[in-house]
Design a protein around this ligand. Sequence first.
Ligand SMILES: *[C@@H]1O[C@H](CO)[C@@H](O)[C@H](O)[C@H]1NC(C)=O
Length: 300
Amino acid sequence: MWLLPPLLLLLVPGSLAVITGPEEVTGPEQGSLTVQCHYVPGWEPYVKYWCRGAEWSNCNIFVRTTGSEWGVKEDRVSIKDNQTSHTFTVTMEKLRQEDTDTYWCGIEKSGSDHGIPVKVAVGPGSLAVITGPEEASGPERGSLTVQCHYVPEWEPYVKYWCQGAYFSICRVLVRTTGSEQGVKEDRVSIKDDQTSHTFTVTMEKLRPQDADTYWCGIERAGADPAVPVNVAIGPVPVSTEGPTSSPTVSGLHPDGRSLLSSIHFLLLILLKVPLFLSMLSAILWVNRPQQATCGQTRSN
Ligand SMILES: *[C@@H]1O[C@H](CO)[C@@H](O)[C@H](O)[C@H]1NC(C)=O
């Protein structure tokens, strides 16, 4: 108890300041994550704990210290209090998707405990290394670009672009050399920017049969990290109005339509808008004298 009076003086502005920690922490599925919560001096000998649940008042305590610096481990979660650095560290291992939740760094005391929430998110394993767009599309005969990001430390690895619904048997279309040098194979090119941790794939002269599942992948010993990207090939912008549009007609159709619509637009601006404005002013002009006489009769 002798610890509390000086502490209370320190904490008058807000008791929340007792513990500070990250708002959000993410980790990969099957991997691990670490959360560090700091506390103000004076709370060294108290029990620290890690609690799960959206509500502070009824969260479930996963693991707690004994009030000493001894580490404690329960199943996949461990906690350790460093009373020199006033930090307790929680490690969650063998992460599962269903571990995603709100957790709390807590300090046990008489009365209501101190606690701060920490959001924990568990992403799919491959997401931890590489992320990319779910979908990409480009017009027939046009091109499309896909950017895939990877976490630091994967710079010197070979990145590739692979085609096929099943990753295990997909066909590598182009791969980097592990350097930043761009590589081009046929209609597909790849370039790795190791500063921004992004590699860019460009597919050119697109054909309808290019629509498929592709993979942004990184080559390594063991299972390669990869993410799927669904590639769709759109026609050169065509309206779906005509039910009987043969391929040859649809090839000509778009230009004809855009020409038609631009003519329509010109008509709208040059003819219809002035016509409308002159009609409007005519109506206003007709109405104005009536309103004036109306006002005069009222004032009389
Ligand atoms: C506690 O933290 C201090 C300062 O960061 C460090 O020097 C020390 O080794 C840590 N103690 C333990 C038991 O980890």
